[in-house]
Design a protein around this ligand. Structure first.
Ligand SMILES: Nc1nc2c(ncn2[C@@H]2O[C@H](COP(=O)(O)OP(=O)(O)OP(=O)(O)O)[C@@H](O)[C@H]2O)c(=O)[nH]1
Ligand SMILES: [Mg+2]
Length: 285
């Protein structure tokens, strides 16, 4: 990662979010941590880890429609082996949502005894939904509550304030603003987050990120690249592949040179919207 990829990872509102989450956790029965199914490692906020270690927890691998089906199954198996409940969800279609509700109730059964002893019966199950920006927390909540109470958007930082939403099933969910961690030590993680659009457009160099993405795809998913852009990869350097895609797409500037800025935007948009295919960036092995 060069200087241009370094960004301000911890704007003031995220520090505020963290403080608020610590305070609100006192009321919470179950924590749902939403991860991006394409990058289950990088989309995990290690800062949140220590905050929620004593809570019942469910992991959601969201945007599963954009991830490699085989790899998602492998991820779920790996979590299972570790005794962690993880569920694959598509928050647009609602796939996996019923299983989440079932699991919230299961988790709650584990802690119910404690409440009954304290005389707190008949209360609603209080669930906090957390995760880094743009993973689909609000989309998930809209789907599970069958309402469109929460604003969603194709950019990080849409939800600015926490909010409680009631479900029919005796469950209350809290939506929270996305939270990143203070400093990402590992540049690979930063690049993975940039691939999926977690980092605001202004803060990254799209040409650099698109370069890394093509390099990755040529290695791990060459056939998807060949099919999407109708190109040959054999013996080509990454930059040559990008130039070839640019020619196919007519992303050229006067004189026939490649418009790197434009083709990089095109590549990233097509990846993020799933047009290149279902692709997983981090494998469970
Ligand atoms: N393909 C696909 N897109 C999804 C899914 N869930 C959410 N999205 C999209 O991802 C983008 C971000 O969704 P939000 O629900 O706003 O994400 P968020 O985590 O609430 O984001 P912040 O409030 O900014 O932290 C939107 O464009 C959604 O339409 C999913 O399961 N599949
Ligand atoms: Mg949101």
């Amino acid at each position: 990662m060069n200087e241009s990829t370094k960004i301000n990872w911890y704007p003031g509102h995220m520090a505020k979010t963290k403080k608020q989450i610590i305070e609100d956790l006192k009321l919470i029965d179950v924590v749902i941590e939403i991860l991006d199914a394409r990058i289950p490692i990088s989309s995990r906020n290690p800062d949140l880890e220590s905050l929620i270690e004593n809570k019942e927890r469910i992991i959601i691998l969201n945007k599963v429609d954009l991830a490699d089906e085989y790899e998602t199954k492998e991820w779920i198996n790996l979590y299972k082996k570790k005794g962690v409940t993880a569920i694959a969800v598509n928050s647009n279609s609602g796939n996996g949502i019923a299983e989440v509700i079932k699991n919230i109730k299961n988790e709650y059964e584990k802690i119910k005894e404690k409440y009954i002893k304290k005389g707190r019966i008949g209360k609603t199950i209080k669930v906090m939904v957390i995760g880094i920006p743009n993973v689909g927390k609000s989309s998930f909540i809209n789907k599970i509550s069958k309402r469109n109470a929460q604003e969603v958007g194709n950019k990080p930082g849409v939800t600015k304030q926490k909010k409680w939403i009631k479900l029919d099933e005796g469950i209350e969910l809290m939506d929270t603003p996305g939270m990143l961690w203070p400093k990402i030590e590992n540049s690979n993680m930063a690049i993975n987050l940039a691939f999926v659009g977690t980092i605001g457009e202004k803060a990254i160099d799209n040409e650099e990120i698109a370069y890394y993405l093509i390099e990755y795809l040529a290695k791990e998913y060459p056939n998807k690249l060949i099919e999407r852009y109708n190109i040959e990869l054999e013996g080509k350097e990454t930059i040559e592949i990008i130039e070839e895609i640019a020619k196919k797409r007519g992303a050229l500037i006067s004189g026939g040179n490649v418009d790197l800025g434009r083709i990089s935007d095109i590549i990233l948009n097509e990846f993020r919207s799933g047009k290149i295919g279902r692709i997983t960036i981090e494998f469970p092995r």
